[in-house]
Design a binder for this molecule. Structure first.
Ligand SMILES: Cc1ncc(C[n+]2csc(CCOP(=O)(O)OP(=O)(O)O)c2C)c(N)n1
Ligand SMILES: [Mg+2]
Length: 282
């Protein structure tokens, strides 16, 4: 089957209100999962969910009924700890039924703490060790370039994750090869596990670093759905370089007591905190 005859993604590409509604559902559902499991990484889920919602419901071409469709756009969740974001996106995209979400992190569940492509349709590669997914994405993009394939490759890393050296080999390779169908999104929430990125191993100026490695760079508000949609859907044929989107985000975005708090990296809610979050996420 050719790409042209493939069913379109379920929603019109510019339907920002729908993308926003999906993101809200993802935040609520992900927090329910974390609350039920008393495990997870909700801070990083919430900083990334708007990016995932724009990708899955406004930009990427895929067919959830055929996860191995050769021409599908690829998304690699390099910050593999943010499974609340990834699993709710894949579920909303139709890759598996909603009742699977209730098994999150239970024994024998397909929904592990980190994504496993052998268990869950829609997962392109196993991630969790930081610095792993981006190099794999570069390999996928090289394969696409060598075969003149139509697909695009999108990869999301954390900002703390950028401290891993493997990212810089990947960045250098992608720049050298001019992988214009590769897009890296950096979830720039300025927090890592227990501290600020700039207090740990400083990353700034990230934009200049990526430009020096041969990338086109766009910096934007990672919760501005319109800006995200414009940057992510721009025609890759108009550039000869890979694209790096530095998405300035808020860890814990959407819940007042979680925003910008390092403790919510892998914090889990009490019943009262869960109830308050559900009141705010409307
Ligand atoms: C190689 C490796 N070292 C350490 C960890 C443990 N770990 C999981 S998430 C995390 C912090 C990641 O911070 P960041 O990339 O900024 O993610 P975000 O803020 O988006 O959650 C760490 C240290 C890991 N998963 N892999
Ligand atoms: Mg971070």
């Amino acid at each position: 089957m050719t790409r042209e005859t493939t069913p379109e993604t379920p929603l019109p590409n510019d339907h920002i209100a729908t993308i926003r509604a999906k993101a809200l559902w993802m935040r609520r559902r992900a927090f329910q999962m974390v609350h039920a499991a008393q495990l997870g990484h909700p801070g990083g889920d919430f900083s990334a969910i708007d990016v995932l919602s724009v990708l899955y419901f406004g930009v990427m071409q895929y067919d959830a009924a055929r996860p191995d469709w050769a021409d599908r756009d690829r998304f690699i969740m390099s910050k593999g700890h943010a499974t609340g974001a990834l699993y709710t996106a894949l579920c909303a995209a139709g890759y598996f039924p909603e009742d699977w979400l209730t098994t999150y992190m239970q024994p024998e569940s397909r929904l592990n703490g980190h994504p496993n492509r052998n268990y869950l349709p829609g997962v392109e590669t196993n991630t969790g060790p930081l610095g792993h997914g981006f190099p794999v994405a570069v390999g996928i993009a090289i394969a696409g370039q060598m075969t003149d394939a139509p697909y695009r490759t999108f990869v999301l890393t954390g900002d703390g994750e950028q401290q891993e050296g493997s990212n810089w080999e990947a960045a250098m390779t992608a720049g050298h090869r001019g992988l214009n169908r590769l897009t890296l999104i950096i979830d720039r929430n300025r927090l890592q596990q227990g501290a600020g990125t700039e207090d740990t191993i400083g990353l700034d100026p990230l934009d200049a670093k990526y430009r020096a490695f041969g990338w086109e760079v766009v910096e934007l508000d990672g919760h501005d759905l319109t800006a995200l949609h414009a940057a992510l859907s721009a025609d890759p044929a108009t550039r000869q370089k890979p694209l790096c989107i530095i998405a300035n985000t808020v860890k814990g975005k959407g819940v007042s007591f979680m925003e910008n708090q390092a403790s919510w990296h892998h914090g889990v809610p009490s019943d009262a905190q869960f109830a308050q979050a559900m009141e705010e996420l409307v």
